[in-house]
Design a protein around this ligand. Structure first.
Ligand SMILES: [Zn+2]
Length: 268
């Protein structure tokens, strides 16, 4: 199985052949990889120049002019540089044909590899977004993705292209603990607030996991909130009730068709 070192070796091997070249054609001979290769990808990728080839964990990232092609080698995949006319062998599933007359040929007998295209920066692709317990989800990361974004911080927190797995209930509770109002523009966060929010997200999720692990039968569907965890909520579904910290009345608002709750005193 290609591990990180093999993927990096592949990256270095193909880099001199691919960077600066234009993709003449993306030929998908077998779209049934781990996830189906989207038919639109041929059109999206064709004609674009390869600006750089990066790597993120075990993904190869082809940075193109208007987006990023993400290749995962899976359990048994390999990528070789060949003259484009070279006859295909079994398990040659994809050819990235370059204007040099060469092809980047993806071979994968077990077909656990995957190929995705994203029009945005690579880190916004769902399969690359970090989970809250991932080391990559840190204050620096949260701070950097909030720059220049006018979207409300709560909606950013629930955007699975940026971080995976923060549901509505947890986003509300984490923002309370971090003392940040859910409707604040993401770009208004300070570094200190970003750091608090990362800690708060983890604290809230950890608490829910702990409770979920011991009182599984108390689970009550909807938002996946355990009955026991619900008793410990500071703001979620507590509109007009007294804040547990300062006794001010908890407020409610709708954001992107999801309910948000906050304390007007504790959160700024
Ligand atoms: Zn309060």
């Amino acid at each position: 199985m290609p591990e990180l070192p093999e993927v990096e070796t592949t990256r270095r091997g193909i880099e001199p052949h691919a960077v600066g070249r234009r993709v003449v054609r993306l030929a998908v001979h077998e779209p049934r990889l781990r996830w189906p290769v989207a038919p639109a990808m041929r059109r999206q990728v064709a004609g674009q120049r390869i600006l750089a080839i990066g790597r993120r964990a075990k993904y190869l990232l082809f940075e193109l002019e208007r987006g990023t092609l993400l290749l995962h080698l899976g359990m048994s995949g390999s990528l070789r540089v060949l003259p484009a006319a070279t006859a295909r062998t079994p398990h040659d599933h994809v050819d990235v044909v370059l204007d040099s007359g060469q092809s980047l040929r993806f071979n994968d007998p077990r077909r656990f590899g995957s190929l995705h295209y994203t029009a945005g920066p690579a880190h916004e692709h769902p399969s690359l977004a970090p989970e809250p317990f991932d080391r990559r989800f840190n204050a620096e990361y949260l701070w950097s993705i909030t720059r220049r974004r006018r979207v409300a911080i709560k909606q950013l927190l629930m955007n699975s292209h940026l971080v995976v797995g923060v549901g509505n209930i947890y986003a509300n509770e984490a923002l309370f603990r971090a003392r940040i109002r859910p409707q604040r523009q993401a770009r208004s966060l300070t570094r200190a607030e970003a750091a608090r929010l990362v800690r708060a997200v983890r604290t809230v999720l950890r608490a829910a996991i702990r409770v979920g692990g011991t009182t599984l039968r108390d689970y009550v569907g909807a938002d996946g909130a355990a009955g026991y965890f619900r008793q410990k909520l500071f703001v979620y579904e507590r509109a007009k009730q007294a804040c547990r910290i300062c006794r001010a009345q908890v407020r409610h608002l709708n954001q992107g068709q999801r309910s948000s709750y906050y304390c007007p005193t504790c959160q700024t």
